[in-house]
Write a protein that binds this ligand. Structure first.
Ligand code: FAD
Length: 559
């Protein structure tokens, strides 16, 4: 059997090596238009920021090692220009010489990835505007930063890669402005959680402009001027253009392979395209989102690698394995914060018309009495009918990864919030609390489902309601919701006459726990129109921070 693979990085390399492990006799040809295969594109921002110092560490395998160990014919610097589906032939260009030749296959795997979105913005082709996808892109950015002694950069787009670049440029002593068209960074998060990221990057001296777009670029004697849609202009030495990616589906489309409504290659549950001898994996395909049941684009390395393996299995053993889709579990380090999400956000469920309830809990990364416990915020969304966990977002400084992985596991197997309450975790004070933040999220969700507490969210708080702050007097003095009345929890039973029975009462505390205790006191004392503010003042105050708080910070040089 002769298998050709287009794309030699995450999905393609993974498919190629799995094929060899399963079939020692197969002829495997891997086409890669770049010079490198199987490299760590997820590590590129960290090489730019010098966290990864040795460039060679980015390369997991060289073409030579690949050929030697796996007997795979690796054809780097060769671009597949077209696919003839009927005759099973590829037209290939050797990019160094321009020579064109054709190659046959029995089975074909497409893993061409995604390409950065580059709309026709005025001046976008300036050599001072960079995108980051590959090793050559990385080399160009790194060389430019060093040669031009860059002091000011603009990053257009506040997604995961954009923000990783923000951190790494900042680490090099560069003052960074982020220009983001949406009202929040990191689209898989809900606004209230993204607000924690907004506050953190601003604290670091990053100038974050939300609800702002780039209208164009103009080179000048001092570098490049970025014209914003609001009419403002920013002077910079360089721009990182990182507004997102789209599936690189051109080859497939030209070959007559079916493309989905989102622009990705359509595949069935075996990762087979509309043509049975052609499989497709990675960023270029549309996958099923198991939460919404709809096709989606999820450009992540984990799914690409796993899909490559499954496509190889299905080629060798004729469709033995089904791919269940991906819930898009993702994590990123944004300065000192770790930000993670899995499954659907509340805004996605709203858009899809799927019923959900959301709940916030703020806990500590480990027992509060043990040194260095740090805040950890969890938002979960779940079905009000079945309790099925539909999505989770976790932000904190420590222990975010293990919590999101546990939550992702439950989402993946369509488990309920009860599983979060029941989760038996490994506990000792340096690692967790006797009730882990995941358990706490489960307890709160179960209370909501069982009607033990009714909650309200920060967006729905308004002055028509009676706002009862049950924190201590000193906490109240430090900041509170306008027109709130302060009755500390411990004084509540003696002050019930100060709370109206004919009005909706919204209780809040710092994070929701004391609010819940107050709620239970009130409802058992005849108050039947009470709501507890989910996530308390912490979620409320973060989510209501001014969105476009432009700050000009000094350039901080880090060592
Ligand atoms: P790719 O790995 O992009 O490989 C596609 C390859 O196909 C390319 O090398 C391209 O040159 C080649 N190709 C395309 N067309 C042709 C053709 N016609 N002929 C020959 N070759 C062709 N994901 C995470 O999960 N976590 C992260 O932290 C993370 N960080 C990232 C950071 C950066 C800077 C980038 C760019 C991506 C990051 N990703 C991350 C995303 C992840 O790298 C991708 O999801 C993954 O690489 C997709 O694998 P793929 O095989 O579909 O495409």
């Amino acid at each position: 059997m002769k298998v050709a693979i287009i794309g030699g990085v995450a999905g393609g390399a993974s498919a190629a090596t799995r094929l060899r492990r399963l079939d020692e006799k197969a002829e495997i040809i891997l086409f890669e238009k770049g010079s490198y295969i199987s490299y760590a594109n997820c590590g590129l921002p960290y090489y730019i920021g010098n966290t990864i110092e040795d460039r060679n560490k980015l390369f997991i395998q060289t073409p030579e090692e690949f050929e030697k160990r796996f007997r795979i014919k690796v054809r780097v610097n060769e671009e597949v220009k077209s696919i003839d589906i009927e005759s099973k032939k590829l037209t290939v260009e050797k990019l160094s010489s321009g020579e064109i030749y054709s190659e046959t296959y029995d089975k074909l795997i497409l893993s061409p990835g995604a390409e950065p979105l580059r709309p026709p913005v005025k001046g976008i082709d300036s050599p001072m505007v960079f995108t980051l996808r590959s090793v050559p892109d990385t080399d160009k950015i790194k060389e430019y930063v060093g040669r031009r002694n860059v002091k000011k950069a603009v990053v257009a787009g506040g997604g995961f890669i954009g923000l990783e670049m923000v951190e790494n440029l900042h680490k090099l002593g560069i003052h960074v402005t982020v220009v983001e068209m949406a009202d929040q960074v990191m689209a898989p998060l809900d606004y209230s959680m993204a607000a924690i990221v907004h506050a953190h990057v601003r604290e670091k001296g990053v100038n974050l402009l939300l609800k702002e777009g780039v209208a164009g670029f103009e080179e000048n004697d001092n570098g490049i001027e970025v014209e914003l849609r609001s009419g403002a202009r920013l002077q910079a030495d360089m721009v990182i253009w990182s507004i997102g990616v789209r599936p690189d589906a051109r080859l497939a489309k030209d070959a007559g392979i079916a493309i989905g409504a989102l622009g990705g290659i359509q595949v069935n549950k075996y990762l087979q395209t509309s043509h049975p001898d052609v499989y497709a994996v990675g960023d270029a395909i549309e996958v099923k989102n198991p939460v919404t049941g709809k096709p989606s684009l999820i450009p992540l390395a984990g799914p690409a690698n796993k899909q490559g393996r499954i496509a190889a299995n299905n080629i060798v053993d004729e469709n033995v394995e089904e791919y269940d889709g991906t819930i898009g579990t993702a994590i990123a380090k944004i300065f000192d914060l770790t930000v993670a999400s899995a499954g659907a956000s509340a805004k996605l469920l709203k858009r899809e018309g799927i019923d959900y309830v959301s709940s916030y809990t703020h806990s500590s990364s480990h027992a509060g009495y043990y040194p260095d416990a740090l805040p950890l915020s969890v938002k979960i969304v779940f079905s009000p009918h079945t309790g099925q966990l539909l999505g989770a977002q976790v932000i904190g400084f420590d222990g975010v990864d293990k919590r999101i992985e546990m939550l992702a596991g439950v989402i993946q197997r369509k488990g309920t919030v009860k599983e979060l309450s029941d989760w038996e975790h490994a506990y000792a004070p340096p690692y967790s609390s006797a009730k882990d933040p995941v358990n706490m999220a489960g307890f709160v969700a179960e209370n909501i489902l069982e009607g033990k507490v009714k909650t309200i969210h920060w967006r729905d708080v308004n002055m028509k309601k009676f706002l009862l702050d049950v924190r201590t007097g000193s906490e109240f003095e430090l900041g509170h919701i306008e027109r709130a009345i302060n009755i500390p929890l411990d004084d509540l039973r003696n002050n019930l006459d100060k709370i109206p029975k004919d009005k909706k009462v919204v209780i809040y505390c710092a994070v929701g726990l004391r609010g819940y205790l107050a709620y239970r006191i009130l409802v058992q004392n005849g108050f039947d129109n009470v709501l507890n503010l989910s996530g308390g003042y912490k979620t409320y105050s973060m989510a209501t921070l001014p969105a476009n708080n432009i700050i000009e910070a000094e350039v901080k040089i880090m060592d």
